[in-house]
Ligand binder design. Structure first.
Ligand code: C5P
Length: 325
């Protein structure tokens, strides 16, 4: 076979700007409504289809280098579905922490699908890439699209939204102890325990509410940085805030006082919006100014793990695939 190019893909992390959980479905998943945003904290994936068969994975950083890794499973599924012949060699440089709600594993899988779609002799339709992503995990399709995405269904039904302002994003999670990875299935099981008997009708009411609140809240996230002041932002306690907050937040906050402490610290640093992402353990604060964000990240780093990232709009996300020699 002719040698295929080697691709490098930036596998960007995501945050959930809002997350409403509705009822548990017969298939065990939960209906949810969420807005995902890709951010500049990223893993790096180098992928090449060589002569031979099978899949190999090497990892720099903290992730399994075997078939339990979602990147490996994505490569296996794509190779089979798109009749990719050859040996798929993956090298992953891991930076996104696991169990943080930042979509690290899902983003790696999405990066594999994006690159392998380019190597397929018959390139799959975009909808087919999303469908394969949904088989791998609920967050994978949103991370195939990138930018700002509305996620419905179990999260896998995705709609691209217009770009938001280029917010700075400070991420933080406790070190060790309370900050150990939070398992998504356990987080949903805990939520079920505390919210028994949510009927589909009640759930659909929350869905309508979420969608209408999103209409009200998103313009504030899009406001030009020069006119966005904390007091004008909806998280300042005004009417439009309630409704899109992350439903996992109260659950996670009850696990350890470190979580509400980090939340308060981000608020005190004048973040315009503070929230848990996914089912945790990371929280984020949004800042209009780089300096304030850097200062907040540095203060948090004294006690916690913290990162300073920026929103990655879809145009930048799409440029994150390059051919390497
Ligand atoms: O889709 P993903 O593999 O990320 O889901 C992991 C687990 O999280 C599922 O097996 C399920 O227990 C839970 N989950 C859920 N509802 C969702 C997404 C995930 O209950 N919408």
């Amino acid at each position: 076979m002719a040698s295929a190019p080697r691709y490098r893909v930036r596998a960007y992390a995501k945050i959930n700007l809002g997350l409403n959980i509705a009822q548990r479905r017969p298939d065990g998943f939960h209906e949810l409504r969420t807005i995902l945003q890709t951010i500049s904290l990223a893993d790096d994936l180098v992928i090449e289809v060589r002569r031979g068969r099978g899949i190999s994975l090497t990892v720099t950083g903290d992730a399994p280098a075997d078939s339990s890794n979602l990147a490996w499973r994505a490569a296996a599924l794509a190779a089979e579905s798109w009749a990719i012949r050859g040996h798929v060699a993956l090298h992953l440089t891991k930076r996104i922490p696991a169990g943080a709600g930042l979509g690290g594993g899902s983003s790696d899988a999405a990066a594999v699908l994006r690159a392998l779609a380019l190597t397929a002799r018959r390139p799959p339709a975009p909808a087919a890439v999303l469908a394969l992503g949904a088989q791998l995990g609920s967050d994978v399709p949103a991370l195939v699209l990138g930018g700002t995405v509305l996620g419905l269904g179990r999260g896998e039904e995705v709609y691209t939204l217009a770009d938001l302002a280029p917010w700075h994003c400070v991420l933080a999670m406790p070190r060790g102890g309370a900050g150990k990875a939070i398992s998504t299935p356990e987080a949903y099981a805990r939520w079920d325990l505390h919210h028994p008997g949510l009927t589909p009708l009640a759930a659909s009411a929350t869905i309508m509410r979420f969608c209408s609140l999103v209409q009200q809240v998103l313009p504030a996230f899009r406001a030009p940085l020069t006119v966005t002041r904390n007091r004008e932002f909806p998280s300042g306690g005004s009417k439009v805030h309630a409704g899109i907050e992350n439903d996992f937040q109260p659950e996670v906050f009850s696990l350890s006082p470190d979580f509400p402490r980090i939340h308060r610290q981000l608020q005190r640093a004048s973040a315009a919006w503070v929230s848990l992402t996914g089912s945790g353990a990371a929280q984020f604060g949004l800042f209009a100014e780089a300096g304030r964000a850097a200062q907040a990240a540095a203060r948090l780093a004294v006690r916690d793990r913290s990162w300073h990232a920026r929103f990655v709009p879809r145009s930048q996300f799409l440029r994150g695939v390059s051919v390497v020699s």
